[in-house]
Design a protein around this ligand. Structure first.
Ligand code: XIL
Length: 572
């Protein structure tokens, strides 16, 4: 049905505000003074630094995956290796989530801690109702199958064999395990785990055992007794679910040391530091101190293998679900920006024995060049800076007037160009730029460029835009139908997500629903297209082609102006 393609295409410049309107915040802000990821510094100190993996974002969320891959050298599955995930019904094993975590860890050179083989929570009802004999058999089968699956996998180095076997007063928790099998289930679980995996470190794990108290002392006595009995317990995990309103536990380092003296490895397995919401900077500071104290305690104890943080972003944390009114427990906020807690962990790990701090600023950027000057905006670009580690972005500073005034930052692009908008007509502005690196070093300021906006009154003049549209209309021969295609390209430097494309069809043209590759709607001659899930995100340079069939009453003209997010696109 397509009869002919559109003829000559006319390039038209569009209004200047488009790039600014399309700019979305950087997903991952580089941490100030962070010269290397946590894992580099931890490794230099002989420790691991890990996170609990949530398999949802681990599968498909780029910002999550990037931090998980680059900052950590250890991982624990937050839920995917628990009994209800791995053996939801008797003898039916599912390892999709567990394997996903192990595969990601393997791809990123991370060690995996298995969590957890025997626990009273997240264990299906069918286990809880078994007789003593059947329950012991079920436990043995489960351990043999789950631990056995990864026994020869070099990524999986340790297991929580039992989890949370104590009450806070130091008595044995009267879980269904204890009530059915007595305390012997603990030794049995360790022996079954050793039989299933002869190399993994086998751990006992609990909460509220970080400092010296009745519960940690009960744990200490149990570990000592088990080892005296020849039970293969070779690691003790302190969960580390802390809260700033309850104070920092006392004698954390000494507690680690007394366990270490038993000959076991120790580790912090589930560190988070929650606070009563709302979050504020003073709470952030206290939280950072808690994180730092934990890291320093581990660093001070040779037997402490490392620290696992229970998640890493407030976007995915168990805290708000479990502790009413509390949250913000992790080192990255819900937008993946590092918090003071991140810097505290980083700086505690970084004693200078790893890669030294980067104190060298980037080179000075070139003088900005102005183009596309309109009555309300200007496009600037400049010769890029270089840096020993890497330029992470630029500050664009502006002062009003041909002289005098104060330069203030008006933009922080990540590459060497910027579109300024919202300017007054017939006004002179001065611009200069400087570069930033990941450690926060700033270059010297570039020379100044002066720009005078045009008089205005004639509507938006030509200027750069952050989107480009190529529109084709193919009339159907001998009828009033046509097919139209629109290729939308993100010409900006930021990812475009959840876009809305709007334009006006010439009089007499109507879309015949539904169209394709977008959700189309028409009101009068105004048309909007919103993306489907698969094309809702356009990376810089990315494009998508959408289209529709339509009818006309004779005219097969084309729309002239296309906007995304209200800003005009270049039309080609
Ligand atoms: C939590 C997870 O974070 C949640 O997603 C889940 O709903 C419940 O369990 N101690 C442990 C962890 O040993 O397994 C728990 O993880 C947190 C407390």
């Amino acid at each position: 049905m397509i009869i002919f393609a559109r003829g000559a295409r006319t390039a038209r410049m569009a209004v200047i505000a488009a790039a600014a309107a399309l700019a979305v915040p950087l997903v991952v802000a580089p941490p100030a003074a962070a010269d290397s990821p946590l894992r580099v510094h931890a490794a230099a100190r002989g420790k691991f630094i890990g996170y609990a993996a949530n398999t949802g974002p681990l599968a498909n969320e780029t910002a999550y995956r990037n931090i998980a891959a680059t900052e950590f050298n250890q991982v624990t599955a937050e839920n995917a290796m628990k009994w209800d995930s791995t053996e939801p019904s008797d003898g039916n094993y599912t390892f999709a989530g567990a394997d996903q975590v192990v595969a990601f860890a393997t791809a990123n050179n991370q060690q995996v801690h298995g969590h957890t083989l025997v626990w009273h929570s997240q264990t299906p009802g069918w286990v809880q109702g078994l007789s003593a004999t059947a329950m012991r058999t079920a436990m043995q089968d489960h351990i043999a199958t789950v631990a056995g699956r990864y026994a020869n996998n070099p990524a999986l180095v340790s297991w929580d064999v039992v989890n949370e076997v104590f009450d806070d007063n130091g008595n044995m928790r009267t879980s269904f395990w204890y009530n059915t099998l007595g305390a012997s289930y603990i030794a049995d679980a360790f022996r079954y785990a050793r039989a299933a995996d002869s190399n993994a470190r086998l751990c006992i794990n609990d909460y509220n055992v970080e400092g010296i108290n009745a519960k940690s002392t009960a744990m200490y006595n149990l570990v000592r007794q088990l080892r005296a009995d020849g039970v293969p317990v070779d690691c003790v995990g302190f969960q580390g679910h802390l809260a700033i309103q309850y104070g920092f536990p006392s004698q954390v380092q000494q507690n680690m040391e007394r366990f270490a003296a038993l000959g076991v490895q120790v580790r912090v397995t589930e560190l988070d530091v929650r606070m009563q919401m709302p979050r504020d900077s003073s709470k952030d500071t206290t939280q950072a101190t808690y994180y730092r104290n934990v890291v320093q305690a581990c660093l001070a104890v040779t037997a402490c293998a490392g620290i696992t943080i229970w998640g890493f972003t407030d976007k995915y944390s168990w805290v708000p679900d479990v502790f009413g009114g509390e949250g913000a427990a992790l080192p990255w906020d819900a937008n993946y920006s590092p918090k003071p807690a991140y810097t505290a962990i980083h700086d505690a790990l970084d004693d200078g024995s790893g890669p030294g701090p980067d104190t060298t600023p980037p080179t000075t950027p070139g003088t900005p060049t102005a183009s596309g000057v309109t009555s309300s905006g200007v496009s600037l670009s400049w010769a890029a800076s270089s840096d020993a580690v890497g330029v992470t972005g630029y500050d664009v500073l502006r002062a009003t007037g041909a002289s005098g005034g104060t330069f203030a930052v008006v933009g922080t692009p990540t590459s060497a160009s910027f579109v300024d908008s919202g300017l007054a007509a017939s006004t002179t502005y001065r611009y200069q730029v400087r570069a930033r690196d990941a450690a926060g070093n700033l270059s010297a300021l570039s020379p100044v460029v002066s720009v005078t906006t045009t008089a205005g009154g004639g509507g938006p003049g030509p200027g750069p835009s952050s989107c480009r549209v190529a529109y084709t209309i193919s009339p159907w021969g001998g009828s009033s139908g046509f097919t139209a295609g629109v290729t939308l390209t993100n010409t900006g430097t930021s990812t475009l997500s959840g876009w809305t494309l709007a334009f006006s069809l010439p009089t007499g043209q109507r879309i015949t629903p539904p169209g394709w590759s977008a959700t189309w709607s028409q009101s009068g001659q105004a048309v909007t297209a919103t993306p489907l899930s698969w094309n809702s995100t356009l990376a810089p340079g990315g494009s998508t082609t959408i289209g529709f069939n339509g009818t006309h009453t004779g005219g097969t003209g084309e729309p002239t102006t296309f906007t995304v997010g209200g800003s005009s696109c270049t039309v080609v």
